[in-house]
Design a protein around this ligand. Structure first.
Ligand code: SF4
Length: 506
């Protein structure tokens, strides 16, 4: 019988979430470095370089890999011979660990959890509660798996129930392109097969915590239908040509994981959950001897990749930019933005369009005439930072506001992550605006370009408030030009044709 003290679990959870906020798993770094070396698409290679350089900067600076520091998901396997010395429930202990981690003064993380999920949706301010899954197993220790799941990828999760005779591979190959690039590839796909509806989802999530080993599997050859499926999906999903950040390229996934469970004779439940460039998970064991000991990785574990904007990148002064200037930009052009950039995301957009619809004036200081807006919810700053990691958020969530914002505010450009949907592209074409993308999963790197930040409006929205950033050489790519041409359409089409393995009409 082992005694597990309350404080040991709490501190281990706190240390673990701090650890994964700035240390990528080494298998992810190695797989991404190999994909970077092999990549032939310049745009995708550039995005991967930013993610790798960002990763090393975060490891050195102990600051988050991404501004979305995730929802805390904790899997516990509790030995049946464990005795607890605790007056809190397991959920309360985990939540206390999450609270300590996310409010750590040296590396404050972003609190992203709102409660209740409908209605007021108030930020709980400490990123609690965590999602806790618990299982009783033989033994006298507690095995812990932590995940800080970013919701750009979680939001792209899919579930279906196929007929037993349906083709699972076809479903995946039809589904992945529909997910767009808001899940920040290159990452992993976790696929849960079988069980019941909720079991399949859980299998998919659990599979994402396995080590990246597809190249070892390739070398030794598959020994089960599940392994054959992994190899087939790995090859075919990459042959879709989606590429890093959806820009078109050779690598979309670094691994495909499959977990199976017996199911009903009439059914084939399938869950698909992607993991993003901010892959964050950790395993450790608590055995009664104190909090888990988490050894830091070595700086040599990161490849010697240097990112620079390159000679073709165009300098843009945001304070002087006009419609005539932006009309010259084409999809794929690389820009370095300098000057003033307003920020705003979901909640701010909702409030702005409600005010516009009611005929009210926008708050003082909120003037979008000939300006750009950056879809971002930054982490709070620590020490001498101007702002914490402030990478782009998924732009499609703002699509429904775009027509009104462009028609009624004088806004001429937007900066965000991944593709735009048809509604937003129509509005961009109609108003001769542009949409630029920054790399998701390279938040700390992007933040180095932010030289000033001031609160402008809606301070009560916390990370969703409207700020004005003063940026210097912020790297972005033209994703939708003023004619409505979109790099997220042309890039993957070009690379799928070049790879030439996916013949059927998706
Ligand atoms: S890498 Fe992309 S999907 Fe992942 S947490 Fe960051 S913004 Fe979200």
């Amino acid at each position: 019988m082992t005694t597990i003290r309350q404080e040991d679990l709490i501190q281990s959870i706190a240390d673990g979430f701090q650890y994964i906020s700035y240390f990528h798993p080494q298998d992810y770094i190695q797989a991404l470095a190999a994909a970077y070396e092999a990549e032939e698409s310049p745009a995708a290679k550039d995005a991967m370089a930013q993610i790798l350089v960002n990763s090393k900067m975060c490891a050195e600076g102990h600051r988050p890999i991404c501004q979305d520091t995730g929802m805390a998901v904790v899997f516990l396997k509790v030995g049946m011979d464990v005795r607890w010395e605790a007056d809190m429930s397991v959920q309360e202990m985990v939540d206390e660990g999450v609270r300590r981690a996310y409010m750590h003064p040296d590396n404050v993380l972003r609190a992203s959890i709102v409660s209740p999920p409908i209605g007021a949706r108030k930020n709980t301010r400490d990123n609690t509660p965590a999602v806790v899954h618990m299982e009783l197993v033989p033994g006298d220790e507690v095995q812990v798996q932590l995940v800080a799941k970013g919701f750009g990828s979680e939001n792209k999760s899919k579930f279906t129930i196929l007929n037993p005779s349906d083709n699972l591979v076809d479903w995946v190959l039809r589904t992945v392109p529909q997910m767009g690039a808001g899940w920040c590839p290159p990452g992993m796909l976790g696929i849960g097969i079988g069980g019941s509806a909720e079991k399949a989802m859980l299998l998919a999530k659990e599979s994402l915590m396995e080590h990246i080993d597809i190249h070892e599997l390739k070398a030794r050859g598959p020994s089960s239908p599940g392994e054959e499926l992994r190899l087939e999906l790995f090859e075919k999903v990459n042959a879709l040509g989606i590429g890093a950040q959806g820009l078109g390229g050779l690598t979309t996934v670094l691994d495909v994981k499959v977990k199976e469970y017996p199911t009903h004779a009439s059914s084939l439940p399938i869950a698909l959950i992607p993991n993003c460039a901010a892959t964050r998970h950790l395993d450790f064991t608590i055995d009664g001897s104190g909090p888990a000991d988490l050894a830091p990785p070595s700086p040599e574990d990161w490849p010697a990749v240097i990112w620079e904007a390159g000679p073709d990148a165009r300098h843009v002064n945001l304070d002087m930019v006009t419609r005539e200037v932006i009309e010259q930009w084409r999809p794929g052009d690389r820009l370095l933005l300098s000057g003033k950039l307003l920020t705003g995301r979901d909640a701010a957009h909702k409030r702005l369009v409600d005010m516009l619809s009611a005929g009210a004036s926008l708050p003082e200081g909120v003037d979008f005439t000939n300006r750009f807006i950056y879809y971002v919810g930054p982490v709070d700053p620590v020490r001498d930072e101007i702002v914490g990691p402030a990478g782009p958020t998924t732009a499609t969530r703002m699509d429904k506001f775009t027509e009104q914002m462009l028609a009624e505010t004088g806004l001429i450009g937007m900066v965000g992550k991944a593709e735009r949907g048809p509604t937003a592209i129509d509005a961009i074409r109609k108003h001769r605006a542009v949409y630029l993308m920054a790399v998701g999963g390279a938040a700390y790197l992007v933040t180095k370009a932010i030289k000033g930040s001031r609160m402008v409006a809606f301070e009560d929205l916390g990370m969703e408030a409207i700020r004005e950033f003063d940026v210097k050489d912020m790297p972005v790519t033209v994703a939708v030009d003023s004619h409505g041409e979109a790099v997220h359409k042309t890039g993957p089409e070009e690379w799928r044709a070049r790879i030439g393995k996916i013949q059927f009409d998706l």
